[in-house]
Design a protein around this ligand. Structure first.
Ligand code: PLP
Length: 488
């Protein structure tokens, strides 16, 4: 059977262009304000892209969370939502979609991914020092595990930390280390093993099914549960089809069924998985369901809404079925690959191979002249917004937290993430991003560092305020005017 995917469409001129397999029917006006206004916006927002007002932002590449485009089918489903505190038909439609797509019959709704993490950590981390082995942490998963006294160990292979790589599955778990960790720690101190699809913080990098099968084998040998973080499951499945030869002819439905079938518990942020709000936990094990059931009314709300509006629930249900459509899921990874390939060809240091959710620029390398004490990734995010109006997100030391003695902890990688939410941008907008980043790379020595002027004690990256350590913004603006004249 031939599958509908824009990867299958060849161009006569030989170019490799990701073709949109959707049309745009609702649009939102964007604002590309002059560079002087962009500088003011940075000053008002403490040189922190989280604090910008979208009136000043041209392309919003901050995150893929809750920003994917909604489909006509999702919007229409929202109109026939069933408002009921208990027993809403909307919930049963979501439950049916979870059963059909994720192949799990028991569903516990939660208001977003981190709420699912809270429930799982509350239910299963029973004593101080309990250890959760995982391929890599996600910020909120780590926060909830440590909140309940647990610890984590990250078991990626060394290759995952190699920024410029050609390894197709940098999200794989090191299974040899997993077995050692289980033997050293003792099964009774390991409540579950956590596998994250499309490992977010290392650049949206997938794991292979062969790897997850090997993890399952060890989990079975020692009788430990596997929890799958399925927030970015669709994209991981798509990359399995593209990169794992055994599954080259498989459908999205087949690959997703195999992946969720290898886990005892699957949880997800619907903000990413199905382009809406909300989240949930699902399982086929009634005992697990019973463990978690009392926590939903306690933290989230009644068992048939879990903190979500019924309209959101309807959109999730439709979005889950749409996840099976390769022509929809392929759109963001293909745009990301297109952007990464152009930038790599222009000499811009990027995380490779291209992953999902966004393109990631290696700020440590691009801004070698900025010491980590002056936050190269934060500086690059601010500089890129200044010269383009494109808002990315710092994923480096500003996103880290100080240790218990108040000392800075520097991140392994200093990345600028340029998120590419599904079906939101056009190809000319992606070309604009590539053009401006290429220019900035050529003029990178003009970018200077940042220092904190306001540093909140927790999650400082959200609301923290910074300022440039020198007058580098003026130099960058002068060079911009020299090269672009009166262009915005
Ligand atoms: C976003 C995300 C979460 C948290 O989900 P929220 O809905 O933002 O709370 C958990 N895991 C992964 C992999 C994510 O990308």
């Amino acid at each position: 059977m031939s599958k509908e995917s824009s990867a299958k469409i060849k161009f006569y001129n030989g170019e490799n262009i990701p073709l949109e397999l959707h049309k745009v029917r609702v649009v939102q006006k964007l604002h590309l304000v002059p560079i002087e206004r962009r500088l003011e916006a940075l000053q008002e927002g403490g040189f922190n892209t989280f604090r910008l007002n979208t009136r000043d932002v041209f392309l919003d590449m901050l995150t893929d969370s809750g920003t994917n485009a909604m489909s006509d089918m999702q919007l229409s489903a929202m109109m026939h939502a069933d408002d009921a505190y208990a027993g809403s038909q909307s919930f049963f439609r979501m439950q049916k979609a979870v059963e059909d797509v994720l192949k799990k019959k028991y569903l516990l709704p939660a208001h977003q991914g981190r709420a699912a993490e809270n429930i799982l950590a509350n239910a299963y981390i029973k004593k101080k020092g309990d250890l959760i082995p995982m391929n890599y942490h996600f910020t909120t998963a780590l926060a909830h595990i440590t909140q309940y006294g647990g610890r984590i160990v990250e078991l990626l292979y060394d290759e995952a930390y190699n920024i410029a790589s050609s390894h197709p599955f940098k999200g794989n778990m090191n299974v040899e280390r997993l077995e050692e960790v289980i033997r050293e720690t003792g099964v009774e101190n390991i409540p579950f093993i956590r596998m994250e699809a499309s490992t977010n913080l290392i650049g949206g990098q997938p794991f292979s099914i062969a790897n997850m099968r090997a993890v399952r084998e060890i989990a079975d040998k020692y009788g430990i549960k596997i929890v799958l973080d399925a927030s970015l499951l669709g994209e991981n499945a798509y990359l399995v089809i593209r990169r794992e030869p055994e599954f080259a002819d498989a459908s999205m439905a087949e690959v997703i069924e195999i992946m969720t079938g290898l886990a005892d518990i699957v949880y997800f942020s619907a903000r990413k998985l199905s382009s809406s709000r909300g989240g949930g936990i699902c399982t086929n094990d009634l005992n697990i369901y019973r463990d978690l059931e009392p926590l939903v009314p306690l933290f989230e709300g009644f068992l048939t809404y879990g903190g979500m509006s019924v309209r959101e629930i309807e959109a999730i249900a439709v979005g889950l079925y749409e996840t099976l459509d390769e022509s929809m899921i392929c759109q963001s990874p293909q745009f990301i690959a297109y952007l990464v390939d152009i930038l790599v060809a222009q000499g811009v240091p990027m995380v490779t191979p291209p992953g999902v959710l966004g393109a990631h620029v290696d700020a440590m390398k691009m801004c070698e002249h900025i010491p980590q004490t002056q936050y190269p990734a934060g500086a690059l995010a601010a500089a890129f917004f200044l010269i383009s109006g494109v808002r990315g997100m710092e994923r480096g030391s500003i996103s880290n937290q100080r240790d218990e003695n108040g000392n800075e902890t520097y991140a392994d990688m200093e990345l600028l993430r340029l998120a590419v939410p599904r079906r939101v941008f056009t190809l000319s907008q992606i070309k604009y991003v590539a053009d401006r980043m290429t220019w900035l790379h050529r003029n990178r020595e003009l970018i200077g560092g940042l220092k904190f002027v306001y540093e909140p004690p927790v999650l400082r990256f959200f609301m923290g305020g910074l300022e440039p350590v020198s007058d580098w913004t003026q130099k960058l603006i002068a060079k911009f005017k020299e090269d672009f004249g009166d262009s915005l």
